[in-house]
Design a protein around this ligand. Structure first.
Ligand SMILES: [Zn+2]
Length: 331
């Protein structure tokens, strides 16, 4: 497996409930919702304003429905005029507070669209795992959470496609970049202030971990294509929702692409070697990974299988589309 050098955000380097500058024209407020999906928590970004942070700003991913985070945002936005509320995608740690902030500020919410409809039934996971003692607070009583929960209430006031200018003020402009894969509606936002090009990558590119790609809304073919789009840009820095800013993002994202392609090759080799079910593949490919991560690993392997089926490399038996409980063979 290609080693991807992930970056850490020192827990001592930030304080929940306060805004901190992370780049010129960019402040971050981290919500206190740490989990295995969110790292230390959701980073909500406030972009623009004068050197005191006041004036016209946009807010990217207002975050989870958490009173402490709402209050922290309200304090951080005192003296600001919110011109737009940008939403990368509709997972519950990103979009829910957009409704509150829109009502509070009168600013429009802007995104690619609401969460996509599930295109097909991926079936039930055939493996029932023992609950893990270190599953985090996001987990329900006896089932490890394998997916981020979805905010299906969110519908943007303004729909933004790639290349659309979604906000502009004195000396800076923000442009949308549709990056489907993690979710079908995932969108990055590019800030150009004349000296630095920053790409707010949401969950498309994260600093601390690989991104969950969970079918059917998550799509590995689209994800890899969206990674290539980001790798082909000339941004100075990527700023993810979870984890620290990533300098030289083209190189970092190239490593993510290699990592996914190697895993795809391993899945194909597994099918070639006679492994025909998702659980059997995970037992082999994730043998050195903690068992409590095998459930999300089965979603990830399914994502690779969907791509290999769509590529015409392998076939799925017993179902029209790939499922967790289907059998697979070489074509
Ligand atoms: Zn997400």
């Amino acid at each position: 497996m290609v080693a991807v050098e992930f970056l850490t955000l020192d827990r001592d380097s930030f304080t929940y409930g306060t805004s901190q500058a992370v780049a010129p024209h960019v402040r971050r407020v981290i919500a206190e919702n740490p989990s295995k999906f969110t790292y230390h928590g959701t980073g909500t970004y406030i972009v623009g304003g004068d050197h005191d942070g006041r004036g016209d700003v946009v807010v990217i991913d207002p975050g989870p429905r958490l009173d402490t985070h709402r209050d922290a945002l309200a304090a951080a936005l005192a003296g600001c005029t919110v011109r737009a509320i940008l939403v990368t995608h509709c997972h519950a740690d990103h979009s829910p507070l957009a409704a509150w902030l829109a009502a509070e500020s009168g600013a429009p919410t802007i995104a690619f669209g609401p969460h996509g409809d599930d295109a097909w039934d991926i079936g039930d996971d055939p493996v029932v795992d023992e609950p893990s003692p270190d599953d985090t607070a996001t987990d329900t009583a006896d089932e490890p959470v394998v997916e981020e929960t979805t905010d299906r209430d969110f519908t943007p006031d303004v729909v933004a496609a790639s290349g659309d200018v979604v906000a502009a003020a004195d000396g800076w402009v923000v442009t949308a970049l549709h990056t489907p894969g993690h979710t079908s509606n995932h969108t990055c936002f590019a800030l150009d202030d004349g000296t630095t090009r920053s790409l707010f990558t949401g969950d498309h590119v994260m600093g601390w971990s690989t991104t969950v790609v969970s079918p059917p809304d998550g799509d590995m073919t689209a994800y890899l294509e969206s990674l290539r789009v980001v790798a082909g840009r000339r941004d100075d820095v990527a700023i993810p929702t979870h984890g620290p800013p990533i300098p030289n993002p083209a190189v970092f994202v190239g490593g993510l692409i290699d990592h996914r392609l190697l895993r795809e090759a391993q899945v194909l080799d597994a099918v070639r070697g006679g492994l025909d079910t998702v659980p059997a593949m995970v037992e082999v490919l994730y043998a050195d990974v903690r068992r409590e991560l095998h459930k999300p690993a089965r979603r990830s392997v399914l994502a690779h299988l969907v791509k290999l089926v769509d590529d015409g490399t392998i076939a799925v038996d017993g179902a029209s589309r790939p499922r967790l409980d289907a059998r697979y063979r070489l074509l």
